[in-house]
Design a protein around this ligand. Structure first.
Ligand code: ATP
Length: 280
């Protein structure tokens, strides 16, 4: 269990977050620009001061008396920019953190980077660099993995592959993870819980399905999207589809289920009802 109760006065807002996170959870942290997401991660990492308490299992990282230094906190941190050691090979970047050769090889294998282990970062693509950054963050077997929009600079296909690899790594290592993301399909694929910040406060907290699904009314229009999931609820099947920045659910029949697979590009339309417009 991770518990945090953090307060900090920022420019224009007061960050005030009180949360409990189960060990092994994959949390997506979302919210408008300037709502305090990066600052919260930096406080957890020990890169910024704050008032309050941070407790990781039985260990206090922050309270009125204690403030553990960054190197004493067992965290892995990956930012949008790669921050690798440019003069070291991929393998040396990992072994610099911990000399566990077996773990190094295993991580590079999962992320399909084994054949690049002797390359320098300057010889890698953006996606490959970010794979190395994620592996390096896991080399110290952290209690907490903090990911600040690590995939946002990547093209959609590379981003999707890295999402799958992150999921494989999370299923294997069960590292408690907090990922800052604005992408609903990424959040739906990866997270078990979504926390939404606004002006420094938690305004929404729940499962990706509860937070992301917005299915009010129906549209006599056609949208294209990606099929994320098919769920059987009692006797009906529900397809979960990502359309742009939104995720919707659609009831489908058994024949349609046979013809669809997760990841398919689909179009969504309705003939029976008139479109509705509503002020949001
Ligand atoms: N060290 C600091 N001291 C005071 N104010 C700060 C500090 N760091 C950030 N801020 C302010 O706190 C607010 C939240 O910034 P933060 O970068 O945490 O937001 P964010 O939700 O991560 O935004 P984005 O999605 O754009 O990255 C901003 O108004 C920012 O100017």
């Amino acid at each position: 269990m991770i518990s945090l109760d953090i307060r900090k006065k920022l420019l224009g807002i007061n960050l005030d977050v009180d949360l409990e996170i189960n060990s092994g959870d994959f949390i997506a942290l979302s919210g408008k620009s300037g709502s305090g997401k990066t600052t919260l991660l930096r406080i957890l990492a020990g890169l910024e001061d704050a008032r309050g308490e941070i407790k990781i299992e039985d260990e206090i990282w922050l309270d009125a008396k204690v403030k553990k230094a960054i190197q004493e906190r067992e965290i892995g941190f990956v930012f949008q920019d790669y921050a690798l050691f440019e003069n070291m090979s991929v393998e040396k970047n990992l072994l610099f953190v911990s000399n566990d050769k077996e773990l190094c090889e295993h991580l590079l294998k999962i992320t399909h980077m084994n054949e690049y282990k002797n390359h320098l970062p300057s010889q890698l693509s953006g996606g490959q660099k970010q794979r190395v950054a994620i592996c390096r963050a896991l080399m110290r077997k952290p209690k907490l993995l903090l990911l600040d929009e690590p995939l946002s600079a990547l093209d959609p296909q590379t981003r999707s592959s890295l999402q799958s690899e992150l999921l494989t790594l999370h299923n294997e290592f069960k590292t408690t993870t907090i990922l800052i993301s604005h992408d609903p399909s990424e959040i739906y694929k990866l997270a078990s819980r979504v926390i939404v910040l606004d002006a420094g406060k938690v305004i929404n907290d729940g499962s990706p399905k509860d937070i992301l699904l917005k299915t009010k009314g129906s549209q006599k229009l056609s949208f294209s999207g990606e099929l994320l999931d098919i769920k059987k609820i009692d006797v009906i099947y529900v397809a979960i589809v990502a359309i742009g920045q939104q995720i919707v659910e659609v009831v489908i029949n058994e024949d349609e289920v046979q013809n669809l697979k997760i990841g398919d590009l689909v179009s969504l339309s309705t003939k029976a009802f008139s479109p509705q417009i509503r002020k949001t």
